[in-house]
Design a protein. Structure first.
Length: 127
């Protein structure tokens, strides 16, 4: 039995950033690379989207107005249904992650290249 492209399970990435262009750019790169993409413009939306879609990986900006990425990551990790999701910190200040090692599975320093982000995401997915 063969599988059609529609029946192939694709990994979903939740891209969280308050900068529209950043979300759009990396959303495009991820879609082009075969991932399904969900976007969130802030931390509270990220928590809602994670609960609604249970993505394979979350790419999380840390510095956003309102609920920041660290607080959103903490809320996601506090939810038993979501705590297994690896979260990649996507930040211009990677040293912030040193204070929260249990929240983040990887760090990509901004401005992250598509290769760096794809590499981090792929390293966290099952083979």
């Amino acid at each position: 039995m063969t599988t059609s492209p529609d029946s192939v399970v694709r990994h979903t990435v939740l891209v969280v950033d308050d900068i529209d262009d950043a979300r759009e750019l990396f959303g495009y790169v991820l879609r082009w690379s075969g991932f399904q993409v969900i976007e969130a413009a802030n931390g509270s939306d990220a928590v809602r989207q994670a609960a609604a879609h249970v993505p394979s990986v979350i790419l999380m900006d840390l510095f956003m107005p309102g609920v920041d990425g660290v607080s959103a990551a903490r809320q996601i990790k506090d939810d038993p249904r979501l705590r297994h999701i690896p979260i990649i910190a996507w930040t211009a200040r990677p040293s912030v992650v040193d204070n929260h090692p249990a929240l983040f599975a990887a760090v990509v320093a901004k401005p992250g290249t598509p290769d760096a982000i794809l590499g981090a995401i792929r390293s966290l997915l099952p083979a």
